[in-house]
Design a protein around this ligand. Structure first.
Ligand code: FAQ
Length: 314
């Protein structure tokens, strides 16, 4: 085995001291590749994640709800853009990442392949999907790659607002008519299990966790975060007055955690293979938006070129 050189030692020491790695630092190829993969998948999730809720912007039941939803969806676009910028600091090319997304070569979160059938879904996405996102992303604020960790701080602040708006919407609906309460329960029934899948495969089937933990990219395993989410969400469901659709959900005093039923990993794998209820629609919509936006990118590039020529002439 060859001795590590100064650059490798600097990388290892930075991790040992729990400091951040920066774009100027030497990074092992595997670290760079893993970080680009995770950041790109995360960015794609934010961008594709605009679609399910975007579906309700024109049909929000009041001006207030419409303004809130518009702001939330815009935040998601912003998160996607910070994250693409973070991936660019690692040498990734945004056009290439978008190509990979629309050609199905790069993943985005499984959760966004489920439809939003009623307005209660907007509340449930805020409560459960943003709730799960926060649970997963707060530890990523301490991720070893500086630009990602810093982007995550702002993203988590905004996600907390998203989660609260969802919960407040559901609280309001639960104080409403029996039909509204039924809508909340039905949306919870549909979104509960897919939300648990957001944390990724069980630890025994997660090929990336061990190395990502060693590199301090991930701070907790998928199962640890999933358990944390369940423990946090059960009391919220009780306060809301909805039933989580799992008969095996029960407090386990010995473990100090809630036990929960088996997740349908067959469904998760199908969604990842592209066979979820909305995969085709989501990717097609993103591809169309990218093509329709070509003239904006061309105009911006032409404008920048003109600027450069004028500045050079001056
Ligand atoms: N969906 O070895 P692992 C949001 C893939 S929040 C699809 O365990 P890893 C906010 C995984 O990438 C959602 N693919 O992988 C919002 C890997 O792929 P590979 C986004 C999944 O990376 C809310 C393979 O399976 N959040 O957008 C999923 O160590 C509301 C093997 O898995 C993030 O991306 C899944 N659920 O752990 C927006 C957070 N799970 O290697 C709008 C950052 C796993 O085949 C509205 N990411 N895979 O290419 C992470 O923390 C990690 O990447 C995990 C997966 C935990 C997601």
């Amino acid at each position: 085995m060859t001795e590590p050189n100064d650059l490798e030692r600097h990388f290892e020491h930075t991790l040992e001291k729990d400091q951040r790695l920066e774009p100027r630092d030497w990074l092992p190829d595997g670290y760079r590749k893993t970080m680009i993969r995770q950041i790109a998948q995360h960015a794609h999730s934010e961008i594709i994640g605009m679609q399910p809720e975007g579906n309700w912007i024109t049909r929000a039941p009041s001006l207030r709800r419409k303004a809130i939803l518009l702001a939330k969806v815009q935040d998601e676009a912003g998160h996607g853009l910070y994250l693409y910028s973070a991936a660019e600091t690692l040498g990734a090319d945004r056009t290439d990442l978008t190509e990979r997304l629309i050609s199905g070569r790069q993943k985005y979160s499984s959760i966004f392949n489920y439809p939003t059938l009623t307005f209660a879904d907007v509340g449930v996405i805020g409560w459960l999907v943003d709730g799960a996102a926060i649970c997963n992303q707060v530890p990523l604020c301490r991720s070893s790659y500086g630009p990602y960790a810093r982007a995550m701080i702002r993203i988590c602040k905004e996600e907390s607002f998203h989660q609260r708006q969802g919960y407040e919407l559901l609280m309001t609906m639960m104080r409403g008519t029996p039909e509204q309460r039924e809508m909340v329960q039905e949306a919870t029934d549909r979104y509960w299990w897919p939300s648990l899948m957001m944390f990724g495969p069980p630890d025994g089937d997660s090929p990336n966790t061990e190395q990502s933990m060693a590199w301090k990219i991930k701070r907790h395993t998928n199962d640890e975060l999933r358990q944390r989410f369940v423990d946090m969400t059960v009391p919220q469901a009780e306060a809301l007055g909805v039933t989580l659709p799992d008969p095996e959900l029960a407090w386990n005093p010995e473990r100090g955690h809630y036990d929960f039923g088996e997740i349908d990993w067959g469904e998760f794998k199908e969604v990842l293979r592209g066979n979820g209820p909305c995969n085709t629609q989501r990717v097609e919509c993103r591809r169309r938006a990218h093509e329709d936006g070509a003239w904006v990118r061309e105009a911006a590039t032409a404008h920048a070129a003109k600027h450069t020529t004028r500045e050079a002439a001056a």
